[in-house]
Design a protein around this ligand. Structure first.
Ligand SMILES: Cc1ncc(COP(=O)(O)O)c(C=O)c1O
Length: 370
């Protein structure tokens, strides 16, 4: 049974290299400290329309954008409710894509899975085969862009191109640990729904989720009688159209932080952020291969979180503790009991740069005696 553990008045600051939440700029945190205002005031319309339109500009999409209080998991659920009448094909290759299958199953949908071993990536040709050979007409195909549990980056662009050949099938992408740190041309690749949580590569405090919705997906939801209330595309987007606000009270302080951080993101640009993340990922992979091995299938390594196979048999938990104690840096063990000690993960997303990643790898080398 969980017992109360008193929250203390102070904790040492730790630099975050976990796969989210990640480091947030100080002035972005400070942006939250404003006197409160009402969610039906004009000021709210100024704030919400600014962050929605800036997000569209940053992502370079003509699709609609929803920013809702909650976390990415909310859109894993509502996209199924909104778009799946009966059948969904969920591609799975790790914990978060398996969560997507579990959610759809709990919502009473008929779930078929295209399963891959953890560490392997989803292949477009397998998706084509599954769609061609199945007797089932799928309402939706889902895919995770970046499987944070294994550090695999799936080729969602090519998978989107495959699903485009099936006009009655919608393509839903969980981009929670990738969007903002790994470029994707949403409109070019038939991505009907793509969502993220702001505490990852957007480098904001947690509490908001962002979802980009195509016109087709919006129209499709109109035919559904089981659409989500809270995360319904129609309800949220119509409310935006009419009032420029959200349908219920949002986490206003986090939206203030969002506004500030999105200015930095626009200044840097989607392409330049992608390039910075590529450099960090390439450096981390090179370092990992010098001392260990990479866990993901070669050619599908993530640009935002490196999952490293512990080929040296270091004590992962002990190393994490020692790096935290001596350097105040925190990185992650492997996901779950199966990968906990077998792998470890370095989150290189958000506001990190090559120099800050080198500081971490130096610290690991020092502590683990590499
Ligand atoms: C790929 C992926 N999907 C979904 C989630 C769930 O996101 P949230 O915790 O914001 O609901 C995570 C969280 O780490 C994730 O990495």
């Amino acid at each position: 049974m969980t017992k109360k553990r008193e929250y203390k008045d102070s904790y040492p600051d730790k630099k975050l290299y976990i796969p989210g939440p990640t480091e947030v700029r100080e002035d972005v945190i400070e942006a939250m400290c404003e006197p409160m205002f009402g969610h039906r005031m004009d000021r709210m319309t100024d704030l919400y329309t600014t962050i929605v339109e800036d997000t569209k500009e940053f992502l370079g999409t003509d699709n609609d954008v929803i920013i809702l209080t909650g976390s990415g998991t909310g859109f894993m659920e509502s996209s199924i409710l909104n778009l799946v009448d009966e059948n969904v094909l969920v591609t799975t290759c790790g914990s978060f894509s398996e969560r997507q299958a579990n959610i759809a199953d709990r919502l009473g949908k008929n779930v078929d899975t295209l399963e891959y071993e953890w560490g392997q990536a989803v292949k477009p040709e397998d998706v084509r085969e599954a769609l061609e050979e199945s007797e089932t007409e799928y309402d939706v195909v889902t895919c995770v862009m970046n499987e944070s549990s294994t550090g695999v980056r799936n080729p969602i662009e090519e998978i989107g191109d495959v699903v485009a050949d099936y006009p009655d099938t919608y393509f839903v992408v969980d981009a929670v640990s990738a969007l903002g740190g790994d470029y994707v041309d949403i409109d070019e690749h038939n991505i009907d729904v793509i969502f993220t949580s702001v505490q990852k590569a957007f480098a904001m405090p947690p509490g908001l989720a962002v979802c980009v919705v195509s016109d087709d997906a919006y129209e499709r939801e109109l035919e559904s009688d089981s659409a989500s209330w809270y995360g319904g595309f129609q309800r949220t987007l119509d409310y935006y159209d009419r009032k420029g606000q959200t349908h219920s009270t949002p986490a206003i302080p986090i939206m203030l932080a969002y506004r500030k951080q999105m200015k930095y993101m626009l200044e840097e640009s989607h392409e330049a952020r992608d390039e910075r993340h590529r450099e960090m990922a390439e450096y981390t992979r090179e370092w990992a291969r010098e001392h260990f091995e990479m866990f993901p299938e070669e050619g599908y390594e993530s640009q935002t979180v490196s999952c490293i196979e512990n080929t040296q048999g270091i004590d992962v938990a002990e190393t994490i503790d020692a790096v935290s104690e001596e350097y105040d840096f925190v990185f992650s063990n492997g996901y779950g009991s199966a990968l906990g000690e077998k792998t470890f993960r370095i989150g290189h997303m958000g506001e990190h740069d090559l120099e800050s990643i080198e500081e971490l790898t130096d610290a690991i080398e020092d502590v683990a005696g590499l």
